[in-house]
Write a protein that binds this ligand. Structure first.
Ligand code: ATP
Length: 229
């Protein structure tokens, strides 16, 4: 589903590569934790998947397509098939839960009848049943992140990218957020989650890819946050 083939990324203003000779193959339906210290290249990895950045060397393939061969006008179509969740939720403050999630479908022209059917289903899936009419400021941080996940997933993307989704959330609430991501993964969506959250990584025992100075220093199935040896 996502293949990094000897990918190096050097930003114009930097002389050290943000990613160096990265080879990673993530198959359809996998759940992968991307770990590593601040500045190790995790966000750069995610941005390359979205074609927000281009590799300086090597190739990134998503769903069988070499991103360097996707023309610019097709990039929105690629991004539509990839859901994104961030540390800071990024909800629309003047829209309620239903409207925040519905907005993701409105912008791609889905009919109202379809929106009215699927939005409540996804709101339930993320554990917010009965809260459709709440405004973001009437929700806890964990609940806001659930809305953000619902919005990212409502279009049934093939891939969900999560950049520090539990970064602003207390540990107990983070477990609930992880369970939602796990539930989404079980529907067949490939999930890649960049995180510093050692407790979460250790509790969920998924594949772990560790970056250090832009290099992959570990790729372990059912891994833990720190070195297991
Ligand atoms: N747009 C940019 N322009 C120039 N350098 C950048 C840019 N984005 C990231 N970098 C540099 O690339 C390296 C990797 O950064 P990146 O944001 O990918 O790391 P990260 O692992 O996601 O860090 P964090 O956990 O702090 O988000 C860092 O040295 C960073 O300063």
């Amino acid at each position: 589903m996502i293949h990094f083939d000897n990918v190096t990324k050097v930003y114009k203003t930097q002389n050290r590569p943000a990613l160096a000779h990265v080879n990673v193959a993530i198959e359809k339906g996998e759940f992968l934790f991307l770990v590593g210290p601040s500045g190790s290249g995790k966000s750069t990895f995610l941005r390359l998947v979205l074609k927000e950045e281009r590799p300086s060397q090597g190739h990134v393939h998503v769903a069988g397509k070499d991103l360097s061969r996707i023309s610019n006008w097709k990039v929105p179509h690629l991004r539509r098939r990839i859901g994104c969740v961030f540390q800071d939720f990024r909800l629309l403050p003047n829209k309620n839960v239903f409207e925040n999630v519905a907005f993701a479908l409105e912008v791609i022209g889905k009919p109202r009848r379809f929106i009215n059917k699927v939005v409540p289903e996804v709101v339930d899936l993320v554990g917010l049943e009965g809260k459709q009419h709440r405004m973001p400021h009437e929700l806890s941080g964990g609940e806001q992140q659930r809305v953000a996940i619902a919005r990212a997933f409502v279009n049934r993307p093939m891939i969900l990218l999560a950049d520090e989704p539990t970064g602003n959330i207390d540990p107990a609430t983070s477990i609930g957020i992880m369970k939602v991501l796990d539930r989404i993964n079980r529907t067949g969506t490939t999930v890649v989650m960049a995180t510093h959250d050692a407790a979460i990584v250790d509790a969920f025992r998924k594949r772990v890819v560790e970056l250090e100075d832009g290099r992959v220093v570990r790729d372990q199935s059912r891994g833990v946050y720190g070195q297991a040896y």
